[in-house]
Design a protein around this ligand. Sequence first.
Ligand SMILES: *Cc1c(COP(=O)(O)O)cnc(C)c1O
Length: 371
Amino acid sequence: MMIDYCELAVPGVQSLTPYQPGKPVDELQREYGLQNIIKLASNENPLGPGPLAIEAIQCQLNELARYPDGNGFELKNKLASIHKLQSAQITLGNGSNDILEFVARAFVSANDEVIFSQHAFAVYPLVTQVVGGKICEVPAKDWGHDLDAMQNRITSKTRLIFIANPNNPTGTWLTEGEITAFLKEVPENIIVVLDEAYFEYAHAQQMGFSEYPNGIAMLAQFENLVVTRTFSKAYGLAGLRVGYGVSNNQIADLLNRVRQPFNVNSMALAAATAALDDQNHIDKSVLLNKQGMQELIDAFSTLSLSYIPSAGNFISFDLGFEAVPIYTELLKQGVIVRPVVNYSMPNHLRVTIGTSAENKIFINALKQILK
Ligand SMILES: *Cc1c(COP(=O)(O)O)cnc(C)c1O
């Protein structure tokens, strides 16, 4: 090539490493010629979407020639009534990752600083780098956010702080008291994103998760807060890509200026709207997760493996040595989990809680490999 196109790219993109998703089932089938594969690598709901969502998707099939409602009127209305908000406080996204990117694009210029924790969700550095922001990664404490250290990292150049509660891939969570104390110290001109992708799991389980907070209830107290939620996890709609952000009206207006006019497709809008009526499916999913979490924890104890207690639908466990070879051995047995080397956790693997049958297959494979 005569031209090095990499040199033409903006600096943030030149140095960008793409997000590494969990290995798709089809890919493992192609590579290893395996038939029976279970994927416990992307924190998807093993039950899939609920019946109401599926019915809504089927009804939408005949309308696919039409553009979706670019304002997501129905979905926003329903969310507003559930959360006791105004529709104008909501921004819909093509997954909640979309919202994370809108916030960076709306508020972060080149060389502005963005703070997040070590081991935090990999999309935070991505969206920061693309807009030329400066990454300020703060060392974790016991695998979780060290909010005191994050507060001390604030400078006059700080524009944005990302907090994942619970965090992925560590599963660590912060209490209402911890988050409130932190927000009180953050200057109001700094946007704080509270990423609650696993809210339904963490909230509903309350299994010793003392004081797991509802970020949306904190909005009234903190004007600089943006809370993100998603339909990708407990709602089982990851393939459709739909999530949302909640903030004050003015911030929501800015985020809505950044988004593409039809960023959420019509199937996703219909399915998400219907899914909000299907509390039964959420209850079932949360219960299955709680039971599965216990199955995995018991297995880790039997194998003398330490793990990080998790408020999500996944758990990271420590092999005590480099984990990628074990990941590869699991692949050979048709079990896809997630290596987390790129999160500076080379000895850990993250596994999503599956159905009881899937959990057993994973546990048996792991036992065989480690014996
Ligand atoms: C899965 C996940 C998301 C949500 O991604 P979507 O774009 O909504 O599918 C956001 N934050 C964290 C921490 C996650 O693990």
